[in-house]
Write a protein that binds this ligand. Structure first.
Ligand SMILES: [Zn+2]
Ligand SMILES: [Zn+2]
Length: 355
């Protein structure tokens, strides 16, 4: 490592990025220039990317089928097992049935709407808002970024400027704004314009799994009791009910863990990629006795307002965070407000500059 390395948010995210040339990192040593030779690992990576891309539509169909089975199972077995509409007792006598029926519908709406938005809405690319093509397109992108205080690096694959927090997705073959990761289950990248829907899809699905497991415990025990064939009054086959219960447990653990991770990222204003880079820089700072702070971090409340576009920092009322509606995020995903607590760490001396 050289004697003097400067860390800025751009250099931070780009220093570990293989797809661009970080022009904000100093000094630019000769070791950064690599021969253009496709290694075996790069070839394997390309095959894996193609496989992930091809698998996407299949996984969407699988997700749709699994969701359909469990939803059908809930309304035809789980709900009738616990509550049924009692004729002649009116609304007051059927409150339990109404509550669980409404709650089930709300979860289905939350899961399906957010999944649909996560799949269909583009995470955002550098070319958003640019209608021209060819050289004119490149000029338009550069013109848009003329007002930027820091000149962004250029992606070696797209040959277009990369705004802050942007990363190239090798599966989608484009640079994605506020890139988090590529998810084969939505056949899409998770980025600036669809991260909200991805997070809420995970959240609704996790809650639904817990609810389903609790509601399905009784029917599952009944379905597992193969000796009592006559004790199964439901139209749906008992094996499908047992399968749904096991599926809900497995998905609940997997998706629940992922939901917790993305809530942590949201509350700390980081993407998955940034979190890895930030933790790396934190270690370096710790060795130097410095404290690293994320310049996009406005505190838990501020970060929530930014992410959901609600409250004083956003444009929508707070309760819209719980509504599975299409609500755009703050900004165009190319520039982000900074809390002013980011800093440049210079290994050449002990100066720490606020940016
Ligand atoms: Zn790119
Ligand atoms: Zn992607």
């Amino acid at each position: 490592m050289s004697d003097s390395i400067e860390f800025t948010p751009l250099a931070t995210s780009d220093s570990l990025d293989q797809d661009d040339e970080p022009i904000t990192t100093k000094p630019k040593s000769s070791s950064t220039s690599r021969p253009k030779k496709i290694s075996l690992s790069a070839q394997i990576e390309r095959i894996a990317d193609a496989a992930i891309g091809g698998l996407g539509p299949v996984l969407i169909v699988v997700a749709f089928l699994l969701l359909s089975i469990t939803i059908f199972c809930y309304f035809t077995v789980l709900l009738p097992f616990h509550h049924s509409w009692k004729e002649g007792e009116g609304l007051s006598g059927n409150l339990g049935y109404i509550f669980h029926w409404t709650w089930g519908c709300y979860l289905v709406w939350g899961i399906s709407a957010n999944y649909f938005f996560a799949v269909r809405i583009s995470p955002g690319t550098v070319l958003d808002g640019v209608s021209s093509s060819g050289d004119a397109m490149f000029q338009d992108v550069l013109q848009e970024m003329e007002s930027y205080t820091e000149l962004p690096p250029t992606c070696k694959r797209c040959h277009l400027p990369k705004p802050e927090r942007t990363h190239h997705c090798s599966v989608c073959k484009s640079c994605v704004l506020k890139y988090d990761h590529h998810c084969p289950w939505i056949h899409n990248c998770v980025g600036h314009f669809n991260h909200r829907y991805f997070l809420m899809f995970l959240t609704y699905l996790s809650i639904a799994c817990v609810y389903f497991v609790i509601m399905g415990a009784g029917p599952f025990m009944l379905a597992a009791d193969m000796d009592s064939e006559s004790n199964w009054p439901y139209w749906l086959d008992r094996s499908l009910v047992a399968f749904s219960e096991v599926l809900a447990v497995a998905i609940g653990f997997a998706v629940g863990g992922m939901a917790c991770w993305h809530w942590y990222l949201t509350l700390t204003a980081q993407t998955t990629l940034e979190q890895y880079n930030n933790s790396y820089i934190k270690k370096i700072c710790k060795k130097k006795g410095d404290t690293f702070t994320n310049m996009y971090d406005f505190g838990v409340i501020g970060n929530l307002q930014d992410f959901f576009n609600i409250g004083p920092r956003g444009h929508y009322p707070w309760y819209t965070a719980f509504l599975p509606l299409r609500i755009p995020p703050i900004g165009n995903g190319k520039r982000f407000e900074r809390s002013g607590r980011g800093f440049v760490l210079d290994f050449g001396d002990d100066d720490e500059d606020m940016v």
